[in-house]
Design a protein around this ligand. Structure first.
Ligand code: IFM
Length: 467
């Protein structure tokens, strides 16, 4: 079924069960929208480099200009305000603030975020800062990147620079966005920057990203002049067995272990999951833990950012029925649920969203959650005025917001929802071909046009608040 063939536009109605205190927002990240890649002292990140690698990014696209947000920030803040949201989640570009990833702050780079925060506050919008959304300074990758322990310390130094400037006006700081993507896609699968394909590097990156989170938290808490909300954002799905066989159940366990529990168990329980540690030991592998690291990593934090796009099933056999791959490792094969798909070929699974949130509440209790990303790419077709009647995206948002409300009704402590994304932007390896925005961007003219989904989101927020 093609999800773009739905009929009448969905009318906005209150989302039952979302309280007046529920925080509504839209989200972006620095490299995906800012452009100005070579201005005001910014140096290359691993994504600037990766984009130049032939074949790495669709169409050879890159973030040199992107949405030109660096130069259009006040208009973009006005656009955010027009949606009636409470908050805006954006990320700070490390190589803009601390070129090369070491040493003193770059005042011109940091000034951009200073202006952004002021502009948001002047418009009644709460700034929600993500400190790292994948743009590692290239010099730090040249020195070994996230697989190297020193990068965690460099991250904490950089965070202190940002925090000192913004903490007086920003209430919420989250350290990392989706460390799974940095570690797995960047160092193991090689489809994200820096494009390495090395499982051991991936394991080291996981640990040093988590250590960087913990060290950054320590630095912020030690420097704060008023209380803040601190957290981390993880991308998570569901990993159900494709069938009731032992082999599929084991594949689902392994997928859940490497995708979710190796992050949340150290963060919340102060240890890596025993079954994953045993699986790795059987392969002669381990996380590079130094005494004291897990205490640093598991220090309490106030909010878990949840990024959800879809859930999937896992099988322990490949298409030919083999249980082990060419390296002798057990097969863990993703099987997509038989549902309509987005343009990313991601299945649309709102029921799994509820399942995930209820499970997080059960397995990691006492941790408030905010949905820091949720949304969908579809092959949008603007009309002659640039308007996009994106009914499929609207339906996606509606069903996923209802899923959040369902999870809350089952006890999950979800306190907010940020739509991904404010506007179409650079979708990493997919370049500009995939559009996640609720606002359409004409990349030639840089004209922004709210899509049907943006109008629906605006009206839904208003009606839910009134209800
Ligand atoms: O665009 C990305 C974002 O940068 C991180 N989370 C997933 C989104 C869609 O792929």
């Amino acid at each position: 079924m093609n999800p773009t063939t739905t009929t009448a536009p969905l009318a906005a109605a209150p989302i039952a069960g979302l309280p007046p205190t529920f925080q509504w927002g839209v989200a972006t990240s620095a490299y995906q929208i800012e452009g100005a890649a070579f201005e005001d002292g910014r140096t290359p990140s691993i994504w600037d480099t990766f984009c130049r690698k032939p074949g790495a990014v669709h169409n050879g696209d890159h973030g040199d200009v992107a949405c030109d947000h660096y130069h259009r920030m006040p208009q973009d803040v006005a656009l955010i305000k027009s949606l009636g949201v409470d908050a805006y989640r954006f990320s700070v570009s490390w190589p803009r603030v601390q070129p090369g990833g070491r040493g003193p702050v770059n005042p011109a780079g940091l000034a951009f975020y200073d202006r952004l925060v002021d502009e948001l506050l002047a418009n009644g919008i709460d700034p929600w800062v993500t400190l790292y959304h994948w743009d590692l300074p290239q010099e730090l990758e040249d020195a070994g990147g996230w697989p190297v322990r020193d990068t965690a310390y460099r991250f904490a130094d950089y965070v202190a620079l940002v925090f000192d400037k913004l903490q007086d006006r920003v209430a919420t700081f989250t350290t990392l966005n989706e460390p799974w993507c940095s570690a797995w896609l960047g160092y193991h699968a090689g489809i994200h920057a820096p494009g390495r394909q090395n499982f051991d590097d991936h394991l080291s990156a996981v640990h040093h990203l988590l250590l960087g989170h913990g060290l950054a938290m320590q630095r912020m808490r030690a420097r704060e002049t008023r209380p803040h909300t601190y957290g981390i954002t993880l991308n998570m799905g569901t990993a159900d067995p494709a069938s009731d066989t032992d082999i599929d159940r084991d594949a689902a366990r392994r997928a859940d272990g490497m995708g979710l529990r190796i992050y949340l168990d150290p963060l919340r329980h102060g240890r890596y999951p025993a079954d994953v540690v045993a699986d790795l030991a059987a392969r002669g592998k381990a996380f590079p833990v130094v005494d004291g690291d897990l205490e640093v990593i598991s220090a309490p934090f106030e909010v878990l950012g949840v990024n959800f796009y879809f859930g999937q099933d896992f099988a322990g056999t490949d298409e030919s029925g083999n249980t082990h791959d060419a390296d002798g490792e057990p097969v863990v094969r993703a099987v997509l649920p038989d549902t309509p798909r987005t343009a990313m070929n991601w299945p649309i699974t709102p029921d799994r969203f509820t399942q995930l949130l209820v499970r997080l509440h059960r397995d990691y209790p006492g941790l408030p959650m905010v949905i820091t990303e949720n949304g969908a790419a579809f092959p949008d077709a603007p009309d002659s005025s640039g308007f996009v009647a994106d009914d499929a995206r609207t339906a996606y948002l509606a069903t996923h917001l209802a899923a959040v409300a369902d999870a809350r009704a089952q006890g999950a402590d979800v306190r907010g929802y940020f739509a991904w994304s404010l506007m179409d932007n650079f979708e990493w390896a997919e370049g500009y071909a995939k559009r996640f925005g609720i606002v359409h961007v004409d990349y030639e003219s840089q004209v922004r046009t709210p899509k049907q989904s943006a109008l629906w989101f605006r009206d839904t927020i208003a009606r839910t608040r009134e209800a």
